[in-house]
Design a protein around this ligand. Structure first.
Ligand code: FAD
Ligand code: NAD
Length: 466
């Protein structure tokens, strides 16, 4: 029987990063993955393929709607070849998952293909291509998550689908009905809207992206409405039925009326749930909480002291970079180091265009905590760089402590915000004040100048360009 210092179950961004860090720290490491490709949800059916389709559909929209403004004329029709677009997406995925194979080899990590299950706290049985039993002193559970569903919906995976199927459709829907105005619904909704589908978003709460700052929800909702997506907020879905190629969704609005929506595809994107099926956690003495997550303490250690858990399968934001930080954290903890993660400073990004990005506390959270704060906000349309490129929508909002000026939250929507948020994370990691940011030189002309201007606005209401 092969024996390891550390065995990791699941090869998503949590698992594969943990494996690399364990190997770097000199531990004999194995990783077990039930699918034939490594990389988990993120690389195979999540972050990477969705961003590939967002990029392709963005190019199409630029070509059809904005090239002319820049004096670029394309004779004849511009058409979408969906098969080719999906093929390119798959090539990007294949290249990226192949890269993880390379990294496993480079770091001398043994990869086992098959379903891993606990025999006891130090033995894992693997069922599948590389069927066998292995032994490990420490084990990391990194089994991720699967799409959630509503109890009354039957996902046929043809017309009533999850994000996994939405990433490989064979035709552009005529009318895509999306249940859930969260990250997946909005990113994939925008992809198909750009490609020509009519899109209706049905959201239970009174705003989309309801966990983000209210200002961002409002602005993104405006952008979606401008692109002629129907945004049905405060609607509670009651039923989803398929007849032939039609899908009918019924939802109750705030007045108690039942509204009917008829489309040809329905994407169910109401969140994801931790995935622990088949792991046989009981055999190892690993406990779950009442939300179905593997229970962990502050060291990400489970109720079995040699077993840790990371990523989507435990509490916290279901984000690839959160899983990665936890992978590193656990590897270093096992090696006897004292790592640290500040969960308040894990940024959140929605990769629509304009992009939405945030870190730290929202205004709603600060109000609920009775924190005395001030706001500095700056619109992108006041920037030369935004006018040069034609990306005028959005703003940067900085929330700072009224007394100390410490930055407590940064919320932005606009071009390239997914990248701009990194500056806010650095600033907040070093507990910068709004004035600190406002006194740093930001290259001109850049979108990043909006961060400096928002900081100036927060410092003393002294933004320069509004
Ligand atoms: P996962 O990536 O889910 O990996 C878990 C792996 O464990 C899987 O490969 C699974 O097959 C394997 N596994 C499970 N059980 C077993 C077992 N018993 N034996 C062996 N293997 C097993 N996050 C972002 O930060 N940015 C984004 O842009 C983003 N976009 C997304 C888009 C979509 C459409 C989706 C669905 C998700 C997106 N996410 C994004 C979320 C991100 O994918 C997850 O947060 C991330 O993948 C979680 O990583 P993980 O390592 O915890 O688990
Ligand atoms: P989500 O939690 O982001 O959004 C789900 C939405 O569905 C919420 O707005 C919720 O109010 C709504 N909802 C729930 N029940 C409903 C009902 N009965 N009727 C109507 N609406 C309902 O979940 P998601 O979009 O499915 O994404 C799942 C996870 O994947 C998220 O945790 C997210 O962090 C991650 N993800 C991240 C990214 C990114 O970082 N860019 C992209 C995609 C997915």
């Amino acid at each position: 029987m092969k024996s390891y210092d550390v065995a990791i179950i699941g090869s998503g961004p949590g698992g594969y990063v943990a494996a690399i860090r364990c190997a770097q720290l000199g531990m004999k490491t194995a990783i077990i993955e039930k699918y034939s490709t490594l990389g988990g949800t993120c690389l195979n059916v999540g972050c990477i393929p969705s961003k590939a389709l967002l990029s392709s559909s963005h190019h199409y929209e630029e070509a059809t709607k904005h090239f002319e403004d820049h004096g670029i004329e394309i004779p004849g029709d511009i058409k979408v070849n969906l098969e080719k677009m999906i093929g390119r997406k798959q090539a990007v995925v294949d290249q990226t998952t192949g890269g993880i194979d390379f990294l496993m080899k480079k770091n001398n990590i043994d990869v086992f293909e098959g379903l891993g299950a606990f025999k006891d706290a130090t033995h894992i049985t693997i069922e599948g291509k590389d069927a066998q039993e292995i032994e490990a002193k420490k084990i990391i559970i990194a089994t991720g998550s699967k799409p959630s569903n509503l109890p009354f919906i039957t996902l046929d995976k043809e017309r009533i689908i999850t994000s996994t199927e939405a990433l490989k459709l064979k035709e552009v829907p005529k009318h895509l009905i999306i249940i859930g105005g969260g990250v997946i619904g909005l990113e994939l909704g925008q992809v198909y809207r750009r490609l020509g589908a009519e899109v209706t978003v049905i959201e239970y709460m009174d705003r989309i992206i309801p966990t983000m700052d209210g200002g961002l929800s409002k602005e993104l909702n405006k952008v979606f409405k401008k692109s002629k997506c129907k945004m049905m907020l405060s609607h509670k879905v009651q039923s989803v039925e398929r007849t032939g190629d039609d899908v009918v969704v019924k939802a109750e609005n705030k007045k108690g009326e039942v509204v009917e929506f008829k489309g040809d595809y329905c994407l169910v994107s109401v969140g994801r749930r931790p995935y622990t099926e088949g792991l046989n956690l009981d055999a190892a003495g690993v406990k779950m909480n009442d939300r179905g997550q593997v229970e962990v303490n502050e060291h990400l250690q489970t109720s079995a002291s040699n077993i840790y858990a990371i990523g989507d399968v435990i509490k916290g934001a279901m984000l690839a970079h959160k899983a990665e930080e936890e992978g590193t954290f656990v590897a270093e903890t096992i090696a006897g180091q004292k790592p640290h993660i500040d969960y308040n400073l894990i940024p959140g990004v929605v990769y629509t265009w304009p992009e939405v990005a945030a870190v730290g506390k929202t205004e709603e959270e600060l109000k609920a905590d009775n924190v005395d704060y001030k706001v500095g906000q700056f619109p992108f349309r006041a920037l030369g760089r935004a006018r040069a490129s034609g990306d005028l929508d959005g703003f940067v909002k900085i929330l700072a402590d009224k007394t100390t000026d410490e930055v407590l939250g940064v919320h932005m929507i606009g071009a390239r915000c997914a990248d701009l948020i990194a500056e806010a994370v650095v600033a907040m990691e070093y507990r910068a004040s709004a004035e600190d940011i406002s006194r740093m030189s930001h290259a001109h002309p850049t979108f990043a100048e909006a961060v400096k201007e928002a900081a100036l606005a927060a410092t003393d209401d002294r933004a320069l360009h509004v």
